[in-house]
Design a protein. Sequence first.
Length: 76
Amino acid sequence: MHEYGEAVTPVTLTVVPNELEAEVICGALRANGIACDYRKTDMAAGWTMGTTAGGPIEVLVDESDLAAAQELVETD
């Protein structure tokens, strides 16, 4: 986990189909001490026109945590 004020460089760990799956992955990462966040991809912007919210979600971690995060995601 990063100290307050420390610069972070977010990188995409993976892209998942929905927010629920992103939250599950982030929960597992956070439980292992890896800070995580997620956001809709650029593709998701037009995905929701006339429908409920959804679309592809990018799961983000700090660049320094990427290798450890990839190992955790691969084992799940």
